[in-house]
Design a protein around this ligand. Structure first.
Ligand code: ADP
Ligand code: MG
Length: 245
């Protein structure tokens, strides 16, 4: 039996002042699904994923994550933050904390878990993102790609059910893009539900179960990657892809 979708957006609208940034966005994401959101700069991709974990409020419509109504005023924000991890282009690690401390901090402070338990998990997570041996390194002693992988481990330390990635490789040198993408690919393979805003079209094509193309605040079209990248129906999608492929 098909289970209920983990993330449900229904007719979501979001304005910044007079500007409508998201217009009537509806989508469903199933548990374990890998979804890529592509589209030109300014089309609303970041706004959309920030709405999913409640960083941005919306004007109308509804967003549900695992049954939690994200825009319910009474929502326990911590419950949502635990469920939904987010990683940005800027990794924003604490510079005066080691990799291990960066990963262990939120579970210690927010979840009040025991130090030994949290540190053991932080070690495991650092190993999982390919950083065994770097536990005691400070961010400045790590490359951009390594710092971004610490940021991913930090997010995973909260045991999220969903991971949101907003152009996490956009600030990295090309040789580091691959290591970060391969970390995300491993997560996806392990069954993590992933929503990625990305300009890495080859990656999207290889890893995504479903691709959404956004332009000017609307979902223009969506479908499995083979359909989107080979036989997109809408002229806007085709034009965008011809510019980036
Ligand atoms: P993308 O991630 O696709 O580049 P964004 O979601 O960042 O697009 O932005 C969508 C639109 O919303 C843009 O026109 C942008 O200028 C506007 N925008 C984003 N954040 C803000 C904000 N905090 N205040 C006002 N306008 C914003
Ligand atoms: Mg963006």
């Amino acid at each position: 039996m098909e289970s209920a979708p983990l993330i449900v957006l229904d007719a979501v609208c979001k304005d910044y002042g007079a500007l409508r940034v998201l217009s009537d966005i509806s989508l469903n994401i199933r548990r374990g699904e890998v979804v890529c959101i592509i589209g030109p700069s300014g089309s609303g991709k970041s706004t959309l994923i920030r709405c999913i974990n409640g960083l941005n409020s919306i004007q109308s419509g509804s967003i549900k994550v695992g049954g939690l109504e994200v825009n319910d005023e009474k929502l326990d924000k911590l419950a949502l933050r635990k469920r939904v991890g987010i990683v940005f282009q800027q990794y924003n690690l604490f510079p005066h904390k080691t990799a291990l401390q960066n990963v262990a901090m939120a579970p210690r402070i927010v979840l009040r878990e025991k130090k030994g338990v949290v540190e053991a998990r932080a070690r495991e997570l650092l190993a999982k993102v390919g950083l065994a041996g770097k536990e005691d390194a400070y961010p400045l002693e790590l490359s951009g790609g390594q710092q971004q992988r610490v940021a991913i481990a930090r997010s995973l330390a909260m045991r999220p059910e969903v991971m949101l990635f907003d152009e996490v490789t956009a600030a990295l040198d090309p040789e580091m893009v691959k290591e970060v993408l391969s970390t995300i690919k491993d997560l996806a393979k392990d069954g993590m539900t992933c929503v990625l805003v990305t300009h890495e079209m080859n990656f999207a094509r290889e890893v995504a179960d479903h691709v959404y193309f956004m332009d000017k605040g609307v979902i223009v079209e969506h479908g499995p990657p083979d359909q989107m990248f080979v036989e997109a129906k809408d002229a806007r999608t085709r034009r965008f892809l011809s510019q980036v492929l």
